[in-house]
Ligand binder design. Structure first.
Ligand code: GLN
Ligand code: MG
Ligand code: MG
Ligand code: MG
Length: 443
C-alpha cells in the first residue's frame, strides 16, 4: 500500500469506524455508495472493490459491466451523523477490461481537464457557492415547498429561524474538514448559503458532493428538507452555484492577477474569461442541466441571462469580484446551479477557459449597466448574446460545440445527451398546472 493508504488503514483500525462507504458519482452527479465492513479497508486499497456498472446511470451496458472502485486515500472522512461508525472514501472508477480509468467516470473527466491545465503550466483553484432552500416536511416526512422561516438577505434570528440548523450543518461540515468562511440567509425566504474555502478543482468537486450530502442529512435531523433544486418557487430568487475560478502558475503565483490592469486581471485571465463567454451556451447544458434550471435563468432574480462580464453588476454571466490580496484575483461564473454534476461543470468551464488562453482570445469590454434593463437593440449594439432559454436549446448549443463535447469525452457526451434529451422531451409533452389554470375554463 502507499504510505497515504496505509495511514488511512491505520486510522480506520484505531477508530470506531465499522463501515466504509465507497463513493463515486454517476453522470447526473448523484453520489453512489457501496458499503463495505471496515475490516476490508486494506483489501479495498490493495485490490479495489468490484461492482456492476450496468446499474449506474450513464455508465455501461450489461454485457460490459464490471467496474472496479479505487479509493482515493486523500478523501477519507468520518461521517458526523453516524456516531463515528461510518466513514467515506471517494473513489476513481477503473474499467476492468483495460485496467485504465473508466471514461464514463465524471471524476476522470475533471482530472483530464486538470491534466490539460498542468501541461499548460497551471493548477486550477475553484470555490463554489451552492445555495439551497430549507423546506418543512409534511406528516409523512415528504418535502413540501413551505419555507420554515420568512427571513431575507443576511437577516438575523428570530426571523432567521434556520440559524440553528445552519449552525449544525456547519458543525457537520467542519467535522468533515471543511473550512467554513461564512454563512448567511439568502435573499429568498427559506434560502441559505454557506461558503467554504477554495481548493484545487478536484478537491472542490469532491466537496460539492459532500456538501450536498451533509446539508441534506443534517436538515433531515431537524425534520427539514434541504433542496438544491435551482428554482423551487416561482417569482422569487432561485439557487445558484456561483463558481469562482483562478489559475495558479508553477511558482504558486496567481496567474490571474495583474497589478497594472484596470481590473487587476492578467491577460491570461482575460483570455480565460473570453473562452468561457464563447462557450457559455454549450456549457449551460452541463452547468444548468435540468428543465428547472432555466426557470432560474430569467431576468430579475440575480441570475444571469446574458453573455457578458462585469466588474460591478450582478446581472452579468461572469463577474470580477473585488480581491483584497493578489492570491484572490479570480473570475466568478454566475450561471452554474447546484443541480449540476460539479466534476463535469468544472471540466467544461476549465476547457472553455483554457481554450481561450491557448488562442490568446481578447475579452470584450465589461458591461457596467444593469443588463436586465437592456432592450434587444441595445444588446445588439453591445454584441451581447442570450443564454439558452430552455434545456432543449442548451442541448442544441452543445451539439454545435466540439470544445465542450471533447471536454466531456465521447462516452459521457453521448450518455449525457441521451439522458437529457429524454428529460426535455418528457417535460415538453407534459401539461402543467399553469396551462390548466390558464386555459381549461377559457377555451
Ligand atoms: N440566488 C441568486 C442566483 O440565482 C444569487 C444571489 C446572490 O448570491 N447574490 O444566482
Ligand atoms: Mg455568496
Ligand atoms: Mg448567494
Ligand atoms: Mg457569488
Amino acid at each position: 500500500l502507499s504510505t497515504k493508504a496505509q495511514a488511512v488503514v491505520d486510522e480506520i483500525e484505531s477508530s470506531d469506524v465499522d463501515f466504509l462507504r465507497l463513493q463515486f458519482t454517476d453522470i447526473l452527479g448523484t453520489v453512489k455508495n457501496v458499503a463495505i465492513p471496515a475490516t476490508q479497508a486494506e483489501k479495498a486499497f490493495a485490490e479495489g472493490i468490484y461492482f456492476d456498472g450496468s446499474s449506474i446511470e450513464g455508465f455501461v451496458r450489461i454485457q460490459e459491466s464490471d467496474m472496479r472502485l479505487k479509493p482515493d486515500p486523500d478523501t477519507f472522512a468520518i461521517l458526523p451523523w453516524r456516531d463515528g461508525r461510518s466513514a467515506r472514501l471517494i473513489c476513481d472508477v477503473i474499467d476492468t477490461s483495460t485496467g485504465e480509468p473508466f471514461v464514463g467516470d465524471p471524476r476522470y473527466v475533471l482530472k483530464d481537464a486538470l491534466d490539460r491545465a498542468e501541461e499548460m503550466g497551471y493548477t486550477v483553484n475553484v470555490a463554489p457557492e451552492p445555495e439551497f432552500f430549507l423546506f418543512e416536511e409534511d406528516e409523512d416526512g415528504r418535502a413540501t415547498t413551505n419555507t420554515n422561516d420568512a427571513g431575507g438577505y443576511f437577516d438575523l434570528a428570530p426571523k432567521d429561524l434556520a440559524s440553528d440548523v445552519r449552525r449544525d450543518i456547519i458543525y457537520g461540515l467542519e467535522q468533515m474538514d471543511f473550512e467554513i468562511e461564512a454563512s448567511h440567509h439568502e435573499v429568498a425566504e427559506g434560502q441559505h448559503e454557506i461558503n467554504f474555502t477554495y481548493d484545487d478543482a478536484l478537491t472542490t468537486a469532491d466537496n460539492v458532493g459532500t456538501f450536498r450530502t451533509v446539508v441534506r442529512a443534517i436538515a433531515a435531523q431537524h425534520d427539514l428538507h434541504a433542496t438544491f433544486m435551482p428554482k423551487p418557487i416561482a417569482r422569487i430568487n432561485g439557487s445558484g452555484m456561483h463558481t469562482h475560478i483562478s489559475l495558479f502558475d508553477e511558482d504558486g503565483e496567481n496567474a490571474f492577477h495583474d497589478e497594472d490592469d484596470e481590473f487587476n486581471l492578467s491577460e491570461t485571465a482575460h483570455s480565460f474569461l473570453a473562452g468561457v463567454l464563447n462557450h457559455a451556451p454549450a456549457i449551460t447544458a452541463i452547468s444548468n442541466p435540468t428543465v428547472n434550471s432555466y426557470k432560474r435563468l430569467v431576468p430579475g432574480y440575480e441570475a444571469p441571462v446574458y453573455v457578458a462580464w462585469s466588474d460591478r453588476n450582478r446581472s452579468a454571466l461572469i463577474r470580477k469580484p473585488a480581491a483584497r490580496v493578489p492570491a484572490a484575483s479570480r473570475i466568478e461564473a454566475r450561471f452554474p446551479d447546484p443541480s449540476c454534476n460539479a466534476y463535469l461543470a468544472f471540466a467544461a468551464l476549465i476547457h472553455a477557459g483554457l481554450d481561450g488562453v491557448e488562442q490568446d482570445l481578447e475579452a470584450p469590454d465589461p458591461v457596467r449597466e444593469n443588463i436586465y434593463d437592456f432592450d434587444e437593440g441595445k444588446r445588439e449594439e453591445y454584441g451581447i448574446d442570450t443564454l439558452p432559454s430552455n434545456l432543449g436549446e442548451a442541448l442544441e448549443a452543445l451539439e454545435e460545440d466540439e470544445v465542450i463535447q471533447d471536454a466531456l469525452g465521447e462516452h459521457i457526451y453521448e450518455k449525457f445527451h441521451e439522458a437529457k434529451s429524454y428529460e426535455y422531451d418528457e417535460f415538453r409533452v407534459d401539461v402543467s398546472q399553469w396551462e390548466l389554470d390558464q386555459y381549461l375554463e377559457t377555451f
